[in-house]
Ligand binder design. Structure first.
Ligand code: FE2
Ligand code: FE2
Length: 363
């Protein structure tokens, strides 16, 4: 097996459902017959249900089909606007496809919803968010210790490629969480957004810092090539956060999900930075590991800010949202655990391959 095939999650880059969606959207875009739409959409919805039901049994190929297609649909929502862009965003056909994919993604997550989630008081909810984060089986995930102490440079670079899409999309997720929100909490979210855009310095936007780091390692970061490094688990985490951002009815779940992301990042990133330094990742980058160092420092502030300045006032206004926020925390951590488990396995496979090469087991 060559190294590149170890890095790619699925040899079949274009999923079946994704290809079908592309055909339909192409037809819609060029204004061809409605008759084609009806037949093609019925076929897509059938395929989605077939893969969705299989995915519910844990079939990873089927889960990849669902999440790759949903990723493809989600990306259209956040693509750069162009005069030609996304003309069918609110087309009922397109919405029916999105909704079917989301149904299966949601039902997979809902199957592991804790049965005992209930509304707690304001202080108790805040404490429970911390408690879930600290005691969840994703806490202190071994992938970060592995990167810190053992991973080869090639494995660390694979981690960077795999993390690309969610990292560069975080800006859009923060934007989604600003639309229409309570005026009392706007400043905190806006502050978060201001940090995402480098506080006005184009060279220091978080997207740019991440791209610079990849570029310094000779990685040409573009959406298509980087999406090939996402497992179904990575796509599921990405799609979860997009779902939380896109749907107003999931707003309170998104607050829990975003809060725990900010809380968890600094400790993990400290280990990650140590691992990068150990193998020399970032050594050729003018900004070094600025992306990660920035998040180690600002996410401590963001985490505290989300809890005190966003979640607390909203809980005071909507005490019935407590269980939704807690469920959002669980969803984010559950998908993160799946993602890290798979990614750790992949890094170890890459390292085993490197080791075999170094001792001459393989040519
Ligand atoms: Fe960021
Ligand atoms: Fe942050």
């Amino acid at each position: 097996m060559n190294t590149s095939s170890l890095c790619f999650i699925n040899e079949r880059i274009n999923s079946t459902i994704q290809s079908l969606i592309e055909q339909v959207t192409e037809q819609m875009f060029t204004g061809n017959s409605d008759h084609f739409h009806v037949l093609a959409v019925a076929n897509i919805l059938n395929q989605i249900d077939r893969f969705g039901a299989l995915g519910a049994t844990g079939d990873s190929d089927a889960l990849y089909e669902i999440h790759k297609a949903l990723y493809h649909v989600n990306e259209m929502e956040v693509a750069h606007p162009t005069p030609q862009g996304h003309k069918y965003q609110f087309n009922p056909i397109f919405l029916s496809i999105r909704s079917r994919l989301e149904h299966w993604a949601d039902s997979y997550e809902n199957a592991r919803r804790p049965a005992n989630l209930k509304n707690l008081g304001v202080n108790e909810t805040l404490a429970e968010i911390i408690n879930i984060w600290k005691t969840h089986n994703s806490a202190n995930h071994p992938i970060f210790e592995y990167v810190r102490t053992e991973a080869t440079k090639e494995a660390v670079l694979e981690y960077l490629k795999s993390d690309y899409l969610l990292n560069i999309r975080f800006y859009d997720l923060v934007v989604y969480s600003l639309v229409g929100i309570d005026e009392r909490v706007r400043f905190e979210v806006a502050h978060n957004l201001w940090d995402e855009v480098g506080q006005g310095d184009l060279a220091k936007t978080h997207v740019q810092l991440y791209r610079d780091l990849l570029k310094s390692e000779g990685i040409n970061a573009n959406l298509k090539s980087m999406s090939e490094h996402l497992s179904w688990q990575g796509l599921a985490g990405y799609n979860l956060m997009m779902r939380h951002g896109l749907h107003k009815e999931l707003y309170f779940e998104s607050l829990g999900s975003l809060a725990v992301t900010e809380l968890a990042d600094p400790e993990q990133y400290k280990k990650f930075v140590e691992g990068c330094r150990r193998v020399g990742v970032g050594a050729n980058n003018a900004g070094g590991l600025a992306y990660y160092e920035e998040h180690i420092s600002v996410d401590v502030i963001h985490g505290e800010g989300w809890l005190e300045n966003v979640i607390r006032p909203l809980l005071e206004s909507y005490p019935e949202s407590s269980h939704l926020m807690l469920w959002g925390v669980y969803q984010r951590l559950n998908t993160a655990k799946d993602y890290w488990d798979e990614l750790l396995g992949r890094l170890k496979r890459i390292d085993a391959h490197q080791h075999e090469k170094s001792i001459g087991v393989i040519a």
